[in-house]
Design a protein around this ligand. Sequence first.
Ligand code: DON
Length: 437
Amino acid sequence: MRSMIPDYLAEALGDVASDASGETAGYIPELATADPDRLGAAFAMVDGEVYGAGDIDTSFTIQSISKPFVHALALADRGFDSVLAKVGVEPSGEAFNEISLEGGTGRPLNPMINAGAITVHSLAGAEDLRPAERVERVTDGLSSFAGRRLEMDEAVHASEMEHAHRNLAIAYMLGSHGVLTGDVRAVVDGYVRQCSLLVTARDLAVMAATLANRGVNPLTGERVVPERVVRQVLSVMYSCGMYDAAGDWATQVGIPAKSGVAGGLIGALPGQIGIATFSPRLDRHGNSVRGVSLFERFSSDMGLHVMEVPAAARAALRANDVLGSGPDALRVLQLQGGIRFAGAERVVREVVETAHLDVRVALDLTRVHSMDDVARRVLLEAVRRLTLDGHEVYLVDPEAVMPDPDPGDGGRVTVVADVDQLVHAPGQVTGPGSRPQ
Ligand code: DON
């Protein structure tokens, strides 16, 4: 069988192909002459599988799509406090190149508008780097996100620098507030070089998938930035990534995203997928017209909106049965799926309501594939309280999904690989068994 995913992508491209509305970015002469008909889309799954259709290996400059990745590098290199002291995280509701700074402090509102991104460029790498070394740090970091060495388009850089009056004006204002220090022109030059790195839609999908994969590049296995940094960056992409269209995007598409004026557009859906599209004609916000259409379609066809509410947490509890009878009776609470706080709470409630009926209580994790730290702590505290109430408690955990099952002070738990090890008359269900809905 052939996978249907490339066919789906090709069909989606076919549906938007005839839309010739919008204009290529006129303010950078080298971009104005780009072939406006190029069209491509790529999906990179968090395990590194990449699907694509159309022009996914055509190079173009990354432009503003560099902003979230350099923000990630700055957070990793300088820490949250240093970055937040200079750049906020509030949506501006304004155009990407608006000359807008927070009243009083002169802090740019967020790292996605140019004022914030120029500042963030100055925060990548160690404080004492020379401008060329900072560009090197940025190039290295973005290459790690892409999983291959990225090159710079010198012609686009030169072309943009010739017309960089607005970014220079922003930078001088940042300088006047002390947000930028030193040679502000060199910072703008470095920022424009950052924007001039060449990528393909395939690269961008992998870069987005690295964010979706908690900061680990799914192709190379390299941890590019810490998990905590990824959460911050995705949050800012969600609220600010599409500039003055961010609210429409958050409600209609619902994927943390970032656009660039060369026609690229990325989306990163945590834990699932990195998506990239390439189509150079832009709308009035500076976002790719056909890219936006494709993302709207991908989101609705595949249920990718991050606010799509997942199946109810009660599904964490698969069954509550009593095996055997008399003093040997064993109450077995069977858990399933991925357990997080709400799932653990559901299990605890069931324990509170029914476990007092039997001395021997088992939590069966055989069908659990993952458990986060909060769920682990909540369940271990339930084990501890059951022990203190006089119960014998067991964990059936053949795959060791609960690491270090130590219930702490006064708690005791016996871990076994199979529930049959605990049942004196295996298979015999006598209980007031129940299957929670
Ligand atoms: O700062 C600029 O003007 C560009 N080099 C990048 C702008 C950009 O890509 C805006 N995004 N849609």
